[in-house]
Design a protein around this ligand. Structure first.
Ligand SMILES: [Zn+2]
Ligand SMILES: [Zn+2]
Length: 221
């Protein structure tokens, strides 16, 4: 019987993102603080944008609190994230600090809730509620979610990054005065056109609307 139970346990206490609550116990109000520095798992972050490199140090500070229905886990994850500036493609390094709070319910506490709840709610509950398994909980899904939320979707090397020249790809940060004369001429021509058209349009629309208004007034009378 016992061997079977062990085999059914999905969580491995040797996994650095799996935590044990046995020491904490189940007496509501019991509290335990933990600090763990681990090697970051693979694919932690925004794929292809910015993330914590696999194996990089990831510091986890946790506070476990036993409550009636389970263990409330509050914590902070810190690591260095590496990505690429979306404007100039230079590498970007960001200090990541992600706060989280998550409830891991006792499986038996869930049974009590479930007996009261309507059967239709079960599917939803299973998705939203995280459970302790043999007193262990897996922080990985929580960590993945908060890390993604804490990272910039469009990282830049600096707020005023000038990006790349659209014509030749040179980094404008290296040479802010860089330009191509042909582009300047086109711009000048385009700007002249816009101004001229704007003036003409204004005159025309003014006349046209006057005419419409005049016609409408005539119809009303
Ligand atoms: Zn940049
Ligand atoms: Zn250029």
């Amino acid at each position: 019987m016992k061997a079977g139970t062990a085999l059914n346990t999905r969580l491995d206490h040797r996994n650095p993102l799996v935590f044990d609550t046995h020491e904490l116990g189940r007496r509501p109000g019991a509290m335990q603080k933990l600090f763990r520095e681990i090697a970051a798992p693979a694919d932690l972050g925004l794929a292809g944008v910015i993330g914590v490199p696999e194996g990089a140090p990831l510091k986890l500070k946790l506070r476990l609190e036993a409550v009636m229905e389970g263990v409330l886990v509050t914590g902070t994850a810190r690591a260095s994230a590496v990505g690429e500036c979306v404007r100039c493609l230079e590498s970007v390094e960001r200090e990541l600090k992600a706060d989280f709070q998550e409830m891991f319910s006792y499986p038996d506490a869930d049974d009590r809730t479930r007996s009261k709840a309507e059967p239709a709610d079960d599917a939803e509950d299973d998705e939203d509620t995280l459970f302790l398994e043999d007193g262990l909980f897996d922080l990985e899904p929580v960590l993945r979610d908060v890390v993604v939320l804490a990272l910039p979707l469009q990282p830049v090397c600096r707020e005023d990054c000038l990006g790349l020249c659209p014509d030749c790809g040179l980094s404008l940060n290296d040479d802010p005065d860089h330009h191509h004369d042909a582009v300047d001429i086109r711009w000048a021509a385009l700007q002249g056109l816009v101004t001229d058209q704007g003036v003409e349009k204004d005159n025309m629309s003014g006349t046209a609307s006057d005419g419409v208004q005049g016609a409408a007034e005539k119809q009303e009378k």
